[in-house]
Design a protein around this ligand. Structure first.
Ligand code: GTP
Ligand code: NA
Ligand code: MG
Length: 407
């Protein structure tokens, strides 16, 4: 018997674009809140999601960072998405990350809307933006193409209603459907370890309804939903189709991009997660032995150090991925970064143990710090801990360290 109950679900809309073109400001204007002003250096460094209501219809927005370091996060943003909004500043026009997001957006197969932002500026030039976008095969509807270009301003609010109406129109064409009564399945768009609250996962519900009390599995982690807060931080009992919120109750920080799936029982959830974790550990062990043997022989052959070993700790899973990706890309023939360990959470004694096992290993903390005793122990053991709150400061430091080691 097919007892499924499909209903129309709200669209999930991801906002992408070059750094500082106004993605967060635009979302702020839509939500009438002030997120952008509270960010370190005004830079988005993680993924966040919000559900809003326009004419009694819900829309979930995913905000992504524009800086070059976050390409993995943008790719992940494109994963959960029904519709992509590419934000292009009307004065700047197409920039490097605009080109990158065009590629992500095209690859996702989602409908694309171009929001030409900062139309309030005197130097705004819609025709320039259209011409530049048309060159990238993003031809505007009024130029004979199939992409809607909407002039907006996050400052004055101009064009925002138009943008929202366009989103709802696209969503209608997509005929998005899901079953609110199905087993809950949600995508983790961001994750972190919060002091006093434990692991927190920001999710978007793909199918079913996620409720407080549900037994859940998320990659190698599991638990029971202890509490859910919505995007305004208010406690809610459940998240419906396409809705976003923060879920508490997992036993560990889940990988961003993984699926959270409700299970019938506590036992079932635990068993699935434990089996997955064992597999992952076995794989990790066999990998690390092989790598270190190769490195040992390489070191012996060369007679000098050719790599910078690092341990990366961050507050959220998305930045971890971004930093790791960026550091692994800074390579030249002479010296490489070697990530010994990367994890979410504060800098602990076990990080020090790992660091001391690897000659010259530096610990990099992003938005996390060592506690007093860990700091003292690091000093005594001669282990360097560098902490940052802006990702590209971290990356610049490592670039400098690598070029210094080459001379
Ligand atoms: P990242 O997350 O760092 O990639 O940036 P973003 O795209 O989210 O841009 P953000 O919202 O942080 O805005 C960057 C700057 O542009 C801020 O100084 C905003 O005040 C300004 N800005 C954003 N939208 C507008 C707009 O419509 N008009 C004008 N004049 N300035 C804007
Ligand atoms: Na910004
Ligand atoms: Mg932003």
């Amino acid at each position: 018997v097919d007892d499924s109950n499909f209903v129309t679900r709200p669209p999930v809309v991801t906002i992408m674009g070059h750094v500082d073109h106004g993605k967060t400001s635009l979302l702020d204007k839509i939500r009438s809140s002030k997120v952008a002003k509270g960010e370190a250096g005004g830079i988005t460094q993680h993924i966040s999601a919000y559900t809003i209501e326009q004419n009694n219809q819900k829309i979930t927005f995913v905000d992504t960072p524009g800086h070059a370091a976050f390409s993995a996060m943008r790719a992940r943003g494109a994963d959960v998405t029904d519709i992509v909004i590419i934000v292009v500043a009307a004065d700047d026009g197409v920039m490097p990350q605009t080109e990158e997001v065009i590629s992500h957006a095209k690859a996702s197969g989602c409908p694309i809307i171009v929001a030409v932002n900062k139309m309030d500026k005197e130097t705004a030039n819609m025709d320039m933006v259209k011409a530049q976008m048309a060159e990238k095969e993003m031809t505007p509807v009024d130029w004979g193409g199939d992409i809607e270009f909407i002039g907006v301003s996050a400052h004055t609010g101009q064009g925002i209603d138009d943008l929202l109406e366009n989103i709802l129109l696209q969503a209608e064409i997509l005929e998005l459907q899901a079953d609110p009564d199905a087993k809950a399945k949600a995508t983790v768009v961001e994750s972190l370890l919060e002091k006093g609250r434990g692991p927190v996962a920001t999710v978007i519900v793909q199918n079913g309804t996620l409720r407080v009390g549900d037994n859940i599995v998320c990659d190698t982690t599991y638990g029971r939903v202890k509490a859910i807060t919505n995007d305004m931080g208010k406690p809610v009992k459940e998240l419906g189709l396409s809705e976003t919120g923060n879920v508490l109750g997992l036993n560990d920080v889940p990988v961003a991009g993984s699926f959270m799936v409700a299970q019938n029982s506590d036992k079932e959830a635990r068993e699935i997660a434990t089996t997955r974790a064992e597999h992952a550990r076995a794989k990790e062990l066999s990998k690390s032995t092989k790598v270190s043997l190769e490195e040992m022989s390489g070191l012996i052959a060369e007679g000098k150090i050719k790599q910078l070993p690092v341990i990366i700790k961050t507050d959220v899973g998305g930045s971890l991925e971004a930093i790791k990706g960026s550091l692994e890309k800074i390579q030249n023939e002479e010296v490489k970064v070697k990530v010994i360990h990367a994890g979410v959470g504060g800098i602990t004694e076990s990080d020090l143990i790992l660091a001391s096992a690897s000659e010259g290993c530096i610990i990099l903390g992003f938005n996390v710090r060592p506690t007093g005793s860990v700091k003292q122990k690091a000093k005594a053991d001669g282990i360097q801990i560098n902490t940052y709150s802006i990702i590209y400061d971290l990356i610049d430091d490592i670039k400098d360290a690598l070029s210094g080691m080459m001379t």
